[in-house]
Ligand binder design. Sequence first.
Ligand SMILES: [Mn+2]
Length: 442
Amino acid sequence: MRPVLVVPEDLVSHLGSHVAFGGEPPSYLVASSAQRARLDRRLLAKGRGALVVAAPAARLARVVAAIRAGVPDAAILVVAEERPRGAGIVTVSPAAFAERVLQPELERACARARAERLRAHFYDAERVLILMQDDPDPDAIASALALRTLLGRNRTGAPICTFGTITRPENLAMCKILEIDVEPITTKEMHAFDRVAMVDVQPSFLEERFVNVDLVIDHHPIEEPVRADIRDVRPSYGATSTILVEYLRAADIKISQRLATALLYGIKADTLGLERGGTKADLEAFTYLYLLANHNALRRIERPELSETALDALAAGLAKRRIVKGVFFSHLGRVATVDLIPQFADFGLQAEGVEWSVVSGEVSGDLHVSVRNVGYVKSAGDVTRAAFGDLGSAGGHRTMAKAVMPLRDLLEAGGETRSATGCQERIIERFLRALGQNGKAH
Ligand SMILES: [Mn+2]
């Protein structure tokens, strides 16, 4: 049975054939009186598009009642300021039209104007520097790639640069798998560019001093006034990538699968990770990108490959594990890369009956400890600080924390000689004590 759309007659001329239902154009019925709008089931069974019933605004309620009387189970949508009586009637007000249709379009028009202004600013530049923070994260890398796309440039016309270098394996994997070229740069080399744009960072966050910055797009809170020709800093956003998705969409620029994958990962890393939570805007961008992205590539980025040496370290760690009072402990000994430790800590949480995972390893004389928990227990940051805070840096969040201290200090504090077993014992002792104390305090 076809649905019935009841509208004020002055709206009818705007509808035309636009209210297609099931791909079928509507048919119209003008109800000059309530009586004539009395429909019967046969009329609604014939044809497939919506049946549009037009009536003077003041008489809409009576028309709806008449339709209800004729076909009690008809699907009815009424465009009216007030909702007519009757069960199962859906109403949309003309104000909602403006709110749902015009308001987003108004915002889109503004976003488009902003995007055009931004593109115009860089239009005649020979080389544009796209600069990120010192250890660029996925949000920064994706934002940089998106800005390059927005400016219609390639690697030569707008290289993506950092004063530092990418260190995290996931971020390196992201660049490798998505073929994103991040280049190191020095302050001296900056002069070779005639425009400078910064993404996911503000000039005051970098040590270098800048004479003139053309553009800053960021989502971190403003600490010092941002000095740039064009500034777009939105601290309420969970990711800079979200801001760039809005620009690309407003400017009607096609988002390639590669760019969508980078942006999706950028938003995910910032909003699901420790940095900040996501907002409605982030969710909308995320949903939009989700259909465009390459999810196979994403999986490969999120689970970096393990080398033979890494596998050996993990195998040894697994063999030497100790599970005490629901805490998974494993000391990996000396490890080649520090990232193996948090990676294995995540894994430890999967052991049956475990609520905490504490994995440690030695990297150039320092002991690194990664702590994870299931989320419904005490704060990982608090417990880790209580356990190791006196020996080095220690802290974190509800479910993730880490501590770094000189290995020697840990052993000496426990009156031990330098041995791996001693190290494991000291960690277990200190952690369980902190967990207990922390428990009593609550
Ligand atoms: Mn960010």
